[in-house]
Design a protein around this ligand. Structure first.
Ligand SMILES: *Cc1c(COP(=O)(O)O)cnc(C)c1O
Length: 235
């Protein structure tokens, strides 16, 4: 079993050291990505001070979340949302959905929320690296998509999300993180009803430090906390 307590303590320490070096004063949220890992390991992470957990499959979240005995601040959904799973996801009361990757998905989510008089905090996922296997609005369409999604009254756009390249050298991802930060800043200065850019979700186990250097305030960490997952990355 991985030393989850140690991994979380050292990650928190490293994040704090980097933030201090960068002169950052805003809080940086550490999300524990719990996909594929059993509930006992999630409990261990919560006991070690994790407050936010993230899953990328609705089915898996439905199975695991009800079994978690410890309380926590937020369940985050970070995977591609299939429209036939929207109601099941909403039943889990996600704190934040990071992966709104098309106007189509946003509209379906809006319609489902409208039926129950709810609002939902969301991030828009941008495919900055232009990799075909990744979802997300294209960088070129991002502005248009953000404006269109902001018009859905049940959705509260709280920020942007991207996935860097899965490359051993994390420097490769720096320009993509930079692009997203610029877009984030641009929209932070806009006054659009239903939109308040707060979260810039970028950075994973291998590239979180580059992401934070480029302005991320929400990092999504799986393997650096829980060890390797037992399947190839399907993100
Ligand atoms: C799996 C996953 C992560 C975490 O990946 P690690 O490399 O294990 O830290 C982060 N973000 C998304 C969207 C993921 O699917």
């Amino acid at each position: 079993m991985p030393d989850i307590k140690h991994n979380i303590a050292s990650l928190k320490q490293e994040i704090e050291t980097l933030a201090t070096a960068l002169g950052r004063r805003d809080p940086i949220t550490l999300l524990a990505v719990t996909k594929t890992h059993p509930v006992e390991l999630i409990e261990a992470a919560l006991a070690a001070g994790i407050e936010h957990i993230a899953e990328n499959k609705v089915q898996e979240a439905m199975r695991k979340l009800p079994m978690i005995g410890t309380s926590y601040k937020g369940f985050h959904f970070i995977g591609h949302l299939q429209t036939n799973k929207i109601n099941q996801l909403l039943a889990l009361k996600p704190y934040l959905i990071h992966s709104i990757d098309s106007v189509y998905v946003a509209e379906k989510l809006h319609l489902a929320l409208g039926r129950t008089n709810r609002t939902q905090d969301v991030l828009i996922q941008v495919n900055t690296t232009r990799e075909e296997q990744k979802s997300g609005v294209t960088f070129e369409n991002a502005r248009d998509s953000i404006w269109q999604i902001a018009a859905f009254s049940t959705l509260r756009i709280k920020g942007l999300m991207t996935i860097g390249k899965l490359h051993p050298n994390p420097e490769i991802s720096r320009p993509y993180f930079k692009m997203l930060k610029e877009l984030f800043d641009e929209f932070q200065n806009e006054e659009i009803p239903g939109m308040e850019m707060q979260h810039l979700s970028m950075g994973m186990s291998h590239d979180w430090n580059i992401a934070i250097e480029e302005g991320s305030n929400m990092v999504r960490i799986g393997s650096a906390i829980f060890g390797e997952r037992y399947y190839g990355d399907d993100i």
